[in-house]
Design a protein around this ligand. Structure first.
Ligand code: DGY
Length: 322
């Protein structure tokens, strides 16, 4: 009987590791990871499957280090900018991701950031914890109401649509941009209008980013894009950090080019631009979009199911086809 080698680059829930162990012999990082590129290359020789985390760069060199037995790379994330999919495909390696299971958790977090920044929750919390005196007054720490405002969605995929649904429940209207127009029934459901990017930037009261990171979207939100937004507008990013030029964002937040930002992701994680740390009009959380026990377990299980399917000769459940 063939025993497969499955390299898991980070921590997975125990129950899922148990299920994965049925597929082969598991290799996991002794310290739980994350792995440096050198540690990753040292771990993969002889691997038939790699279960990767979103900061592992899995390219042709890693596949070559694994050798010709590598059949599947299962990324435990919906975003797969860390995989060189064409290089894997050339080597006959299937790549999979985890769409669907993290949609609601990520949309909830985007909505949380939107409310936190527009209602100054982080700032208020810091004030109370600082012990500085405060009193209720009609003009004290006023934020901005979201009801009646326009949410601009960049990328009306599953997560973008889920955020739009939530925003509508808070009384916001919705416009969007993307590579292509959404289906008429999606536009109808959300009462969403399609706008080209420059118009969306100019019209949005809150701009929320849900596009994948690609060469075309890297620094999509740069100094010029920020300057095109309203000075009262907020930016929310739960997609990938490099979609925003962080240095330009710091300047825009400092000088009042936009009103504030809620960020779950950063250009060079886990590093955060030091300029952001000093600003009160930005809410910062450490890549928590999918971070609920239920969602992270579902993501890990889907990745494990993809590995088990491919190693048993069945089609993967959620192959990356793009
Ligand atoms: C993903 O799956 O791409 C998310 O960033 C994880 O939170």
């Amino acid at each position: 009987m063939t025993t497969f080698k499955v390299v898991v680059t980070g921590r997975l829930p125990e129950a899922v590791l148990g299920e994965l162990a049925a597929a082969g012999t598991l290799w996991t990082p002794p310290d739980g990871g994350p792995l440096s590129p050198e540690e990753l290359r040292a771990a993969v020789p002889g691997a038939n499957a790699i279960v990767s985390m979103l900061h592992d760069r899995i390219d042709g060199a890693v596949a070559d280090a694994a050798g010709p037995g590598l059949r599947v790379v299962a990324n435990v994330a919906v975003g797969y900018d860390n995989l060189d999919v064409p290089a894997l495909r050339e080597r006959g390696v299937t790549a999979t991701n985890t769409p669907g299971v993290l949609t609601d958790a990520t949309a909830d977090l985007a909505m949380g950031l939107l409310l936190s920044v527009s209602r100054r929750l982080g700032e208020g919390e810091r004030l109370i914890r600082s012990g500085r005196p405060w009193r209720f007054a009609l003009d004290f720490m006023l934020g901005s109401q979201v009801g009646g405002k326009l949410l601009g969605v960049v990328g009306l995929g599953e997560i973008g649509r889920a955020v739009a649904r939530r925003a509508r429940a808070f009384g916001m209207s919705v416009a969007y941009t993307g590579r292509r127009r959404a289906a008429p029934e999606v536009e109808r459901e959300l009462d969403a209008s399609y706008l080209p990017m420059p118009d969306l930037l100019a019209a949005s009261d809150v701009l929320t980013l849900h596009c994948p990171l690609t060469p075309a979207t890297r620094h999509l939100i740069d100094a010029a894009a920020l300057a095109a937004m309203k000075p009262t507008a907020y930016l929310v990013n739960t997609s990938r950090g490099p979609v925003v030029d962080e240095a330009a964002l710091v300047e825009a937040l400092k000088s009042g080019v936009i009103a504030g930002a809620g960020l779950d992701v950063f250009e060079d994680e886990p590093r955060v631009h030091p300029g952001l740390l000093d600003l009160d009009n930005v809410v910062l959380v450490p890549h928590l979009g999918s971070a609920t026990t239920e969602t992270r377990t579902a993501m890990a299980r889907l990745a494990a199911d993809n590995v088990r399917a491919v190693l048993s000769g069945a089609p993967p459940l959620t192959p990356i086809t793009g």
